[in-house]
Ligand binder design. Structure first.
Ligand code: ASP
Length: 458
């Protein structure tokens, strides 16, 4: 049965089994520190498999963003159009993030979360500082592109790639061969994504079993009000607000979008990282939804860095919750500051696990809420991080689809084809024709004759 199942089916089954098994390990007490399961299973085998999986995704992020974006810019071919797509994307990302946080604040106020609650801070929260906004802007141009790539500084990589793309366009015709080669490299990297996707069921299983075995769901009950409003706001924003926005501005089918997004969101959920999910998001929007690479190669990595609707929702809900617990009254101006700060903070911080808490301390500092209040929600944040990351990538893909559709850079036939992009799987075998052609190239092709020459000269 497993053999005949489609990849998405396998990933979903792996997710469900992982969650159930993890919770079983947690509640049965098997994960007690120092015990066999804790040492060799959750922190041994599962930790290794999970880490290998996340690493294999991260490994592809920088090369994929760099190469696909250079190809994307060359594909657009018109610098003014590039500027228009850029500013349109930025504007929609910011607007949807503001909508997200407004929803969270609204629901938080309606349900009065945290009012009359009396809980002890469980863990002290050490606020890590977020990069100052000025640095974020001045670092967009990297002084050393190699170190920007080594550090995965997404905005700098985006800048560098766009600059290369524009320069290639300026060189014009002679650079045609270069662009063709880059396009081939892009295809090769996407094949690597395909290979890794086929390992996803195992990776997702390992990550979720480990996470659930360690976290359990106990803490959620003690903070039920906070968790319920937060989860409700996340669901409302993604399933209602974003889907209305998608329908209104693109006319695309909501059902198709949601079905095709499932895999991406499971990846985001299990890795808690929009950045690590970039290869999957990019592959899905281009191969499964028909978005042209010229749009997606820019909007997806850009969104993973600056667009965090789910994280913004957490900022809004947490602000109301902590303010109520400490009995602090926030004014309308404070709420507006929270919205503005969350939107700005999302620009400067990358989509990696736990970054939402860093942004939250920035927001709290602005409106004068006690930073140590964050300690109250620390325990549940790991699980909520998974959920909000799924909403973050959902927003990136929805805006990508809207922008692509509005610019006529989308193949609707691919979008509407339920099987698009699902046939490209890796089952451990290489197409025999490809193998034969390659052996011919190497035995008597261009390379072969060149090497003959070298040999003769020796
Ligand atoms: N983990 C989130 C992301 O990668 C960011 C956060 O909310 O902590 O999008």
């Amino acid at each position: 049965m497993w053999k005949n199942m489609g990849l998405t089916g396998k990933i979903i089954v792996a997710m469900v089994i992982g969650i159930i098994l993890g919770l079983f390990i947690n509640y049965s007490g098997l994960n007690a520190e120092g015990g066999f399961v804790h040492t060799y299973i959750t922190n041994g085998f599962l930790a290794i498999v999970g880490k290998l999986f996340v690493n294999s995704l991260k490994m592809l992020v920088v090369p994929l963003v760099l190469i696909s974006l250079i190809c994307g810019v060359c594909g657009i071919g018109d610098i003014r159009l590039l500027g228009r797509i850029g500013s349109k994307t930025f504007f929609i990302y910011m607007m949807t993030t503001a909508l997200a946080i407004a929803t969270a604040i609204g629901l938080g106020i309606v349900f009065g979360i945290g009012k009359g609650m009396d809980i002890e801070t469980e863990a002290a929260f050490e606020a890590e500082s977020a990069p100052p906004l000025l640095d974020v802007f001045s670092n967009i141009i990297p002084s050393n592109p190699i170190s920007a790539m080594a550090n995965g500084d997404m905005l700098s990589i985006i800048f560098f790639a766009i600059l290369i793309g524009i320069s290639i366009l300026m060189v014009g015709k002679p650079a045609k061969g270069l662009v063709q080669s880059l396009e081939l490299i892009n295809e090769v990297i996407l094949k690597m994504v395909t290979i890794i996707m086929n390992l996803a069921p195992y990776g997702v299983f390992a990550l979720l079993t480990k996470a659930m075995a360690e976290l359990g769901l106990d803490l959620i009950w003690s903070l039920l009000g906070y968790v319920a409003v937060l989860v409700g706001s996340l669901a409302f924003h993604f399933f209602i607000t974003m889907m209305i926005v998608l329908k209104l501005f693109s006319g695309l089918s909501i059902k198709t979008f949601l079905v095709k997004m499932r895999e991406v969101q499971i990846f985001a959920f299990s890795t808690s990282s929009s950045n690590a999910t970039i290869p999957i998001t990019l592959r899905t929007v281009t191969k499964r939804m028909g978005v042209d690479n010229s749009v997606a190669s820019f909007t997806v990595p850009f969104g993973a860095t600056i667009n965090m609707d789910g994280t913004a929702i957490m900022q809004g809900t947490a602000t109301i919750f902590i303010a109520n617990i400490y009995g602090i009254d926030l004014s309308v101006t404070d709420y507006l500051v929270v919205i503005l700060m969350s939107v700005l903070a999302s620009i400067g911080t990358a989509g990696v696990p736990g970054v939402g808490l860093i942004m939250l301390s920035m927001v709290f500092a602005q409106v004068g809420l006690p930073i140590e209040g964050i300690g109250l929600i620390l325990g549940v944040d790991r699980i909520l991080d998974m959920l909000r990351t799924a909403v973050n990538v959902g927003g990136d893909a929805a805006v990508t689809a809207i922008v692509a559709k509005s610019e006529n850079k989308m193949d609707i036939a691919i979008y509407n084809d339920p099987d698009a992009g699902t046939k490209d799987v890796f089952d451990g075998h290489i197409d025999e024709n490809n193998e034969r052609e390659f052996s011919e190239v190497f035995s008597d092709g261009v390379m072969g004759s060149e090497y003959d020459d070298v040999d003769r000269r020796r």
